[in-house]
Design a protein around this ligand. Structure first.
Ligand code: FE2
Length: 261
């Protein structure tokens, strides 16, 4: 893969986004949110890739994966008007199909194509699948971290300015201080929670915090702390002893992870 291939893919992506623009304000906001997210994930992925010392050639692949990881979101929204996979389609799998259908990676080698498609397919999988290929796993881990970091950025902006945000951000969950014991257990056991367990916005906030336990690189932990992503979610939670104790565990874990070289 060459820099020229990357430039062509970037052009295609920009055209693809534009082809999904809408004159309906609400729809346009949701599409613009995903377009910006794609560019930011790309940037985060580059930052992680550089930090872990990837080659220039590898960085080209990282950039493509970051840019295309959510390509499935655009048709998902066009068809179902939601970003909730459980009530529509798996946007990772769908994105990989879309890339193949549109022949976006035509000029790359079959190996490069396969690597990119697997990263897109599994970027949103609940657990990292056993791909039996260290190289593939590395790229997948990078995009998964880069993605979480930017989803936290979206929520940070939402919490700072709730009325200015696109409607699909909260997945239509009801606002309530109630939360599920299952998500609390996940946090206690340092595991990530399942989106299907989130019944309220508070559950969703706790779920977002649990992603800390799924970060693959210490640089990602450092970015999360530095950008205040975790702090702001914590501030949005109901105040009680149960919360205090899970947050203590979480903050201690974050600090410890951030110190790893
Ligand atoms: Fe995604």
């Amino acid at each position: 893969m060459t820099k020229n291939d990357l430039d062509l893919i970037k052009k295609w992506f920009s055209y693809y986004c534009r082809s999904h623009y809408s004159s309906i304000e609400e729809d346009q906001k949701n599409i613009a949110l995903k377009e910006l997210h794609s560019y930011n994930v790309c940037r985060n992925a580059i930052r992680i890739g550089k930090e872990i010392g990837l080659s220039e050639q590898a960085m080209l692949l990282v950039e493509v994966i970051g840019l295309l990881h959510d390509v499935g979101r655009f048709e998902q929204y066009a068809e179902y008007k939601t970003f909730r996979d459980s009530s529509s389609i798996n946007h990772g799998m769908f994105g990989a199909q879309e890339i193949t259908k549109k022949r976006v990676l035509q000029s790359l080698t079959p190996e490069e194509r396969d690597l990119i498609l697997d990263a897109v397919k599994y970027h949103n999988a609940f657990v990292i699948p056993d791909l039996k290929d260290e190289r593939k796993l590395l790229y997948l881990k990078i995009v998964r971290d880069a993605d979480k970091l930017d989803i936290w950025r979206v929520f940070k902006e939402y919490y700072l300015n709730p009325s200015g945000m696109a409607s699909a951000v909260n997945l239509g969950l009801p606002a309530s201080d109630n939360y599920s014991p299952d998500i609390i257990s996940c946090l206690r056991e340092k595991r990530i929670g399942k989106l299907s367990d989130a019944k309220t916005i508070t559950d969703f906030k706790l779920l977002q915090l649990s992603w800390v336990y799924d970060l693959n690189f210490s640089i990602s932990t450092r970015i999360a702390i530095e950008q205040g992503y975790i702090n702001i979610i914590e501030q949005q939670l109901p105040q009680n002893d149960e919360m205090k104790s899970v947050l203590e565990v979480l903050n201690a874990y974050l600090k410890e992870r951030a110190l790893v070289a």
